[in-house]
Each structure stands twice: as C-alpha cells, then as structure tokens.
Design a protein. Sequence first.
Lengths: 263, 660
Amino acid sequence: MRLLIAVSFLLCWLLAALFGSSFFGDANHINLELILKAPSLDAPLGYDELGRSVAARLIDGARVALLVSVITVFVSALFGSVVGLVSGYYGGWVDRIVSRIIDIVLAFPGILLAIALAAVLGPGIENLVIAISAVGWVGYARLARAQAMSLRSRDHVTAAIALGSGEGVILFRHVLPLMWIPLMVEASFGLASVIVAEAGLSFLGLGVQPPDASWGSMIREGSRFLLVSPHLAIFPGLAIMAVVLAANLLGDWLRDRLDVKRF
Amino acid sequence: MTDSLLSIHKLTTQIGRDDGAIIPVSSVSFDIHPGETFALLGESGCGKSMTALSVMRLLPPAGKITEGEIFLDGINLRDLPEVDMRAQRGGNIGMIFQEPMTSLNPVLTVAYQVGEAVKLHDEEHAGDIDARVLELLQQVGIPDPERRMSEYPHQLSGGMKQRVMIAMALAGRPKLLIADEPTTALDVTIQAQVLDLLRDLQKRTDMAILLITHDLGVVAETADRVGVMYAGEIIETAPVDTFFAEPQHPYSQRLFDALPSVERRNRPLTAIEGNVPSLAETFRGCRFRSRCDVAKEICATELPPWHGDQEHGYLCHLQQLRSESIEAPQEASISEQEPGKNVLRVEQMQLYFPIKKGLLRRTVGHVRAVDGIDLDISSGKTVALVGESGCGKTTVGKGILQLLRPTSGSVQLNGTELTKLKGENLRSLRAGMQMIFQDPASSMNPRMTVEAIVSEGLIAQKIGKDRSERLERVKAILDRVGLPERFMKRYPHEFSGGQRQRIAIARSLVLRPDLLVCDEPTSALDVSVQAQILNLLKEIQDEAKIAYLFITHNISVVSYLADEVAVMYLGRIVEQGDVDTVLGDPKHPYTQALLSAVPVADPQREREIIRLPGDMPSPANPPSGCHFHPRCPRATDICSQSWPELSKSGTHKVWCHLHG
C-alpha cells in the first residue's frame, strides 16, 4: 500500500515532467486578462499574477525538480561513495584527512553553505546542482566509509586477498556490492531532501531565474498574493509535499525490504 | 518418583502461523528432581533451547506453546498469568545464557545488575542489598568482590562475566537453574572452573539444573541424567552412566562414533551423512530415518514407539541393544615415513600491533600477538597449533600467509622468503598457500554464486585460458569435495554449514596449494558434520600431500588429525613435539593444565583437573620472565626473572625452567 502510493506519485511526477508540457501549453505565455484568476473548471489550477497558467508552470517546475534532484543525487552519491569506500577501506592518513573534511562540511548548516555557494557561483540550474552536491556528498561518504570499514575485516575479503585477487577486484567485487543497499536507501531519502533544498534555494531567488518556473520560485511569487489568491502558493506547495512524501515512503520500503542486517 | 521438581508433559511449541509453521519442540516429556542435573543434548536446531524458553515462557513473539503441560513444584506454568510468571522467572527459575558478553548490560555496574535481581526476588534482603550482592559474588567465587562490585562488564573477563550471570540467577534462590550452553563461549580452562562452580553450588543449595549443551564431554562431567534431542523430539533418555556405556538409539550411537579421538587415527570417522530435516514438515515416520544406516521400511511409514519408561528409554522401531558400532575399516596405512620435503619454515616470527594514542597517533606500546615462534611443516604432514583464545594462534596463521605482515622474523614457503615480497611477486605465490576460515558463512561473498566463488582464485592466478577451461576445474573440485554440479549456480545462503565449509575447501584446493592453514575449520559445525569435514581434509591430504597448519582449541580433533602439536601461550610456543608425546606425556605445566581441563566423554574416567587461577594476561603487557608464571602452580623464583631456555629430548621441545 505504502509502496503503491509512493510509486504512483513518483510516476505521475516523472510523466508530468517528461511529457506534461505538450498538454498544458506555454508556461511563460502572459495573458493579462487572466491575472490572478482563481481555479475554475476550465483551468483547474487557475492563473498567476501575470496571467500565466499555474498548471503549465507547475509542470515546468516538475521538470526542474526532476532534473536537479536526479543529477544531484547521482553526483553526490557517486562522489561520496567512492571517497567513503577508498577512505574506509584503506584507512591510515587518507582516512584521517577525509574524515576531518567530512566533519568540517557536516559542521556547517547544509542549506547555509549551499546558499553561500549558490550566491558565489551565481544563479542557474548547473550552479544549483553544484551547490547542493557540494553539501550532499558527505552523507554518502560517511555511510560508505563505515560500511567499507566493517566489510574490510570480513573473512571473505581476507579470503580474496589470500587467493591473490587484485585490489580492484576486492573493492568492486567484494566490498562495493555489499554496501550498495544502504546507499540506495540513503539515495532515496536524499531525493526528498534535494527537492526541498532546490525549492528552498529557488524560494530565496538563488535557483531558477524568472521567467522560468520552479516550485520554489512559484511559492515565493505566490506568497505575495497569499491573502488574495492562495492557490498560487498552495499548488506548488502540495506538489513538493507529495513528491517528498513519496520519496520518503519509497526509502522506508526499500530499507525494510532490503534489510541490511539480513546477510 | 513423584516428587519431581519440573515436570514437562508432551510439550509442543510452534513458531509462525499455522500455514508453514515450524514445530521446534514436539511432544517433549521429561522430569527433573530436586538436586539433579538433567542434560538436554543435541545438535544445533534440534529444539533444545526452545524447550528451555518454553519453560520460561520467553518464546519469540511468533512462537506459542500449542500442547502439553509444564509443572514446576506443582504450579502449572502454562496457565499462570503473566504477572505471576514474572515472579517465577528469576525467582524459582534462574537462567544463564551462552554469551555472557551480551547478557549483561554494558553501562551498568556489576553491583547494580546483581542488586536489581536481589531487589526483585529476595524480599528478606530488601533492606541491605549490597551485603547480599557481596555474599552472592563471594558464593560464585569472584576474587576481590568488593572491588568488582563497582566495575562494569567490560572490565571483567568472559569467565568472570559468566560468574556474575550465575550470581544474578542465584539471587532469587532458584529451585531450578536453566543453563543454556553455559560454557560454550569459554576456553577449556575457564569452562572447567565454571562447571566446577555449578556442581559446587548445586551441592550446597540442592537446586535442580537443566543443562542445555551439544558437548558430550560436558554431559559426562556434570549431568546425572541425559535426554537426547533430535529434530524437536527426545529420542533417548537415560542415566548418564548407562547412556555412555550403552547408547540405545542409532543416532546416539552414531554421535559417539563421530567423535574424533586418538584411537580412531588412521581411519575415517563415521560421519552421519546428510542434514537434520526441516522442522516445517509433518513427519509420518521416524525423523532420523533418512540419515539412519539401520533403517527399515517401517521407519518411513510409522511413527516409532517409545521403549522403556520416561526415566530411561528410547524412540525407535528397532529393538536391539547396542548394535555393532560402525567403525570404518582401517585403511592400509600409507605412512611410509619417508621424510617429506619441507614446505613451510617459520623462524623467530614476531607480529606486533602498535597501540596508538593521542592526536598525533603516536605509538605508545605494542600488543605482542606473536612473539617469536618457530615452525616447520613438511608436505603431507599436519601441525596443530593449540591454545586458548587470545593466545595469538590465528595471528600466526595470518602472519604466515602474509595477510598480516610479520614485524620481524622469516617465513619461507618452499624455500622462498615471503616477508620481503610485495605486490605482484607475493600475489603470484599465494596459490601455494591457502586458508580455511572458522565461519564459512562470513568467509564467502553472499552475492557471488558457488561457481564465481570457486573460480575466483583461478582468475586471480590466471589459471586456465578461458571460462570453459576454468569451469572444468571448478566442476572437478566440487565433485572432489562431494558437492553436485548443480550447486554451481546457487548462492552461499542456500547451503548448510557443512556444505559451505566444503565450498570454502574447494575454493582453496582448486589452486592446488602446498600449504593449507585451517583456522578452526570445524568449531562452528555440529559433531556429525565435523566428522564429514575432518574425513574430507584427511583424504585430500593423503591424495595431494598438502601440508596442514591446523589451528584449533579442540584437543580431540588434534589427537585425531595432527602429526605434531605446538602449544601456544600468550604469543609464544611453550611446548612442541609429536602428537603422542605431547598429549600423552605433557611436560609444560600449562599443557598439563590445558589437557586436564578438557571434558572427556566418559563418566567413568576419573581425572584430576589442574585448576589455573585467574585469566590469561594481556599480550600488551606480558608478565616478566616466563609468561605463564603468575598462573603456574609450580612456579619458582627464577620463573619471574627470565624466559626459560629450550630443553629438548628427541623431537620434544619444552620451554620451562622445571625442565632446564
């Protein structure tokens, strides 16, 4: 049941992001006659302060959210896992340096660091990805490091060394495959937090720039008309909530299903 | 005998829902009288622990008692409300577990934990708990109890922790003590202390003990009566003397036949083939039928009847007394004593682990895990390295294979010095030396198939030019270790412990090594399966003339398998020589104590246990002089001053001042 809700939400999101724009028209088309028009049967989500279709902008925002979250999770998971794997497996001074860096990054409030980075790099989707990844990889690195450390001393790794297997074989055949389940679980939770981070940065005006739509910037623009036309902020808010909830449910299900302790 | 303390009648326990439920205990009945020790003997998964948990009503959440009665002192425990049951647990029934390390709370002091039990179950002493705790700790023989009271579990050794557990169990002055494998996690010298203590306490308090164990030796030493469990049933009950003299059930008889011993050297052990049946199935015949070598047709179709009464009887269709014990025929011994060529030579190997402290990770000391040992093994020979946990025997094995690099000394394999080799040069030599681990489950990658596991070494050593050629070799070796070809596509978790150990052996042997380091290869296995693996190892050695370094704490396995023995204590070898000489005429006081502490599966045998005071000291700070002198019953002044010189008579080497 949990899984059904999660997967159907995420599928809707995916389909909307990939194919939605052809059904809902141009998100940047301005129609001054329709300014702040409340939802009706013709346009179920209404129009914004410039008379643009909220539905079309929501779809645009979905695409931005998908793009940013998938790329960011991929980049930070890949980078973090490799760093954590190497640091945990080899230990020694490499590990000590990596651990200190992880500690330092973790000591900053993540979103503040991302804000600072986004401000320095300037707005735009690419910089958004870089800023969130720069904060996000530490979670994966810490997890991968702990996993690698405990797997390194397992007998099957010792056995592989005794057989004469090379380090590449040991890392990628004997250590990595046993730690990707907890990393997957972490990544599915990461998806949710990246969407929130993207929305947050866009809300602050550091992400996607006008006139392009993103859920965060839609909420920011809508907040000015909250008392007159609450639908401007409510619908993107609901969209964020639905996707974040679905991603978390999926993560929960993965964690229970692929119980890490079972092998 | 109506005055039984605990009376269990037709107890049946189920785990899981009705469809696909497992029945770990089925129709088990027995009585225990006050002051008596009743042993439940059985291999893993036979339901002995579940029986004990049923008595305590501590079954796992999905488990329930479906049939039968449990009476303790006339109280029906099965119908008792939970509130009253709680007073029974820890009150009338005390329980101790296998792992004292996990049974104690690490963040509470000893005094607090024992005091809690006193508070709950001993109203008399509610006013002065500390005094009672002290009394209990004295009772279980903890030295310096005032100081120990304020300590935490991690400051105690394994044996001390088990004593604290016993003190807690005694707090309620129980009438029945349930001891679930109380000494399995302990070393033999500590085991002897704990078993002694239990016997002594029983004599003083007249409590009954339900002892759960898999070890025939422990049964012979401590029990008055024994019940043998197999696949959820009690298949034989007997007084201990009768049981050891004349076991009735074929399974009991085979258990004895499967024990390795000196007398069985040079012949295969009688292994019980196959595995215990799944407890999820419904049995229409005898549960042991598929593994029984004297089974008849009737055994498959009808449930076997119980011969005798509840105190003494067995469950079998056959009505014979002791059938001929099946000893495999002595093989034409091929041991023409041609001296084999030397495979391994270890000289003065030291392996220290640095202790690092502080911000700069400065080395402040060393753990001397291996402190200068010499070993020689020739092809086709087995050298056993014996010692208690923490003596450094596993580190020796890993140091020889260069899995841990020795700090100094020399290790030569077929004349090639290994300690200086690095990278590719070392890697290509690894085919010649292989290792088998204690726990076959963790020694294999759970995400690789059997084929991938066994062929990994071939790929690493670039043996075989393509996959099909490697596949041929994998098939051949699997066949050799007794596994069918169809297992190749399966994963390790689909196999039983014994089968997994066969896979691990195949993985090592496929490289045709000259040296095989076996690190406790059978200690995670049941007796019947252990016999299969020992047979296999012996056959393979005869065929391929592999040199074995057999690391173990199990003396009977040593006497069965080894040609030579080296006894280790705290990183050093204290005695070394022919297996018959060392085991038959031990010279070093430590070897003598170690051998005397091993429980023997023969209740008639009177033996004098040499008790060693205290525990093994830390290898980070070994005692001066002879490392053994603080525990040695015969130590003199010189022992604390210098490490003894080697004294040699023939091949028998002893490092002891008494033999200088």
